[in-house]
Design a protein. Sequence first.
Length: 220
Amino acid sequence: MSKRLALLSILLVLTLSLGSCNLPRATEAPTGPDQLNTLAAQTVVALSTTVASAKTQSPATQAPGQASATPSPLETATLASSATTATPCDRVEFVRDVNYPDDTAVQPGESFTKTWELKNTGSCTWTSGYAVVFTEGESMGAAAATQLTSGSVAPQQVVQVSITLKAPNKAGSFQANFKLRNAAGVVFGLGSDGAKAFWVKVKVAAFTYNFVDNYCKGEW
């Protein structure tokens, strides 16, 4: 009986030993250069496949009816324009001398009519209440005030103004300055500030006795 048990024990040990020899072995990790190169190549192929797969994915599309956000332009700050300067009510501009330009020669005591052309550059209409007034210089017999017009002169219109004068009885250069006066009595003239005058300037020749012209008038 004891022999039979001993034999069975031996057979069991042998059976287990033979079975263990047929079990699959664990895969050994490659250690040689060829095995490392193979693993590197396989890794590169795997990564390339992953990248290609990511590139071929279709882009996300906008859902129907969903408006795309459009960047709005920056609002431009509008600078307040400087206030424009209002045109003064009464301003005058000298256009030209119609006659008797500066330094015209006249005879002593000669009467003449000086005419200017003036432009209304103000914002108010000139009426019959406006006048030409003598301001300074040699008056040459000019009235203190002469009516500017019998009608009206609207802004940007021109008018010819005439004054009757008389040359002094002495030789020399003489100038009379004039400005305008509105219906309210306010005096104004040329320039942006309305402070400048317009004028007439003549040269009076020295008196000479004309013997030929007066020969027949003599008493013999």
